[in-house]
Write a protein that binds this ligand. Structure first.
Ligand SMILES: [Zn+2]
Length: 411
């Protein structure tokens, strides 16, 4: 069955002699169709060897703008040919290849079709990123997942990674246990069709991150201590660019700078009493409630929050950086624990805070207009802070494990 689409267009060729076809949706691909062009984002990319290492098979899971998922495979020489392409999370235009019915003996992401890329396939990078908006996972609670223990029906779960164990290898497979949690615990196994998306831009993921931030459990704290995507991806600039809001920093964007902590200005009291509702300082405290002038409420709940003020220097310029809740990264415990544990300057948390002196950190700053004059006065609020060496952390994604890998959430 030859392709009939875009006959008029297929007459025109672009520079590399390929048909300049219009992109279609994965939904529109017909079984055995050979000429087509799709715009897709790579969500999973694994390479396995087979026949005792004689051959290699690359497996991709792709998504298009309609949210349709499809698996694509390619072998041996083609893997080399496209080795600089098909990077996870990037979007590509893939033109031509074979559309086949999937072998239902193996787990598949699309029960109707899959793609085999061939020597006729052209792959081009494109700047038009496919969003995950239409990917509508129906997340099951961990409790409900136990009904799926036959391993046949696929399901979606959302959780946060709390521990990544070393890779365990035996002659037949490679596996690695990753412990995930949400509000519950369960043990699940991934398959070759499983998608593991780290911090995908979908509402359920942001909700979980918010929940974590408001949760006080030990596990949620450890998650918050892992490097977030923001600080890893933010534009790295010089301290002077932040102070002067240099034009390269467009409004409401995040940027980061590296600087050494030279003084802890309020080491004696790096915290304050804050209204739990508006997070602003309260002064007249009556037991568990306080008078919040900001909320105009004489009966507000209050808590202890960090407000750590630092003097930093990047080798050229000096500035004052304020850290609120993120000071926990430097001090190693919550503000409430800090106050409870503090006895004198020999306290562990106090010593940990002092140990940050003379060391270099990456600071994340949100460039909003409201703070512009403060930045000009060299007073900067940092949204995140990390040790310089943590900004290129080992990946937390699971390694491919032969056929299966394990996500264990028992602990
Ligand atoms: Zn308030």
């Amino acid at each position: 069955m030859e392709a009939t689409l875009c006959d008029s267009k297929s007459l025109s060729s672009d520079q590399d002699g390929t048909n300049d076809q219009a992109n279609i949706a994965i939904r529109e691909l017909k079984i055995y169709q050979k000429q087509w062009s799709i715009n897709v984002r790579v969500l999973r990319n694994t390479i396995d060897s087979f026949k005792n290492g004689e051959g290699n098979k690359q497996k991709l899971i792709l998504i298009d703008e309609e949210g349709t998922l499809i698996q694509a495979i390619l072998f041996n020489k083609l893997i080399e040919k496209f080795s600089g392409l098909l990077i996870k999370e990037e979007t590509y235009t893939i033109t031509n290849g074979e559309v086949k019915p999937p072998n239902l003996k193996y787990p598949t992401i699309n029960p109707e079709k899959e793609l085999t890329l061939t020597t006729k396939t052209i792959i081009r990078e494109t700047k038009k990123i496919v969003s995950l908006e239409k990917l509508k996972p129906t997340f099951l609670s961990f409790k409900d997942v136990s009904a799926f223990d036959d391993g046949i029906m696929p399901f979606d779960v959302v959780g946060f990674v709390i521990t990544v164990k070393p890779i365990f290898t035996n002659p037949k497979s490679k596996r690695r246990e990753v412990i995930i949690m949400n509000k519950e615990r369960v043990s699940i196994t991934t398959k070759s069709s499983t998608l593991v998306l780290v911090n995908p831009e979908i509402p359920q993921c942001s909700e979980m991150i918010d929940w974590l931030k408001n949760s006080n459990s030990e596990s949620s704290k450890s998650v918050l201590l892992t490097t977030t995507k923001r600080i890893t991806q933010a534009n790295r600039v010089k301290l002077i660019d932040v102070i002067n809001t240099s034009p390269q920093l467009s409004k409401s964007m995040f940027c980061s700078f590296v600087a050494k902590i030279i003084t802890i200005i309020n080491a004696e009291e790096p915290f304050f009493s804050a209204c739990t509702k508006c997070k602003k300082a309260v002064h007249e405290i009556n037991g568990s409630t306080a008078n919040c002038t900001n909320c105009k409420n004489g009966n507000s709940d209050w808590t202890i929050r960090y407000n750590l003020r630092l003097e930093v220097n990047d080798g050229t310029d000096t500035a004052y950086v304020t850290l609120f809740d993120e000071a926990e990264i430097l001090i190693g415990c919550t503000a409430i624990a800090y106050v409870e544990m503090f006895e004198d300057e020999s306290s562990e948390c106090y010593q940990k805070m002092k140990s940050c002196l003379e060391k270099e950190y990456v600071f994340l700053v949100k460039i909003n207009e409201k703070e512009e004059s403060n930045r000009k006065a060299r007073c900067i609020i940092a949204q995140e802070v990390r040790k310089v060496e943590e900004i290129h952390p080992p990946t937390v994604e699971t390694e491919e494990t032969g056929r299966n890998k394990v996500i264990d959430a028992r602990k």
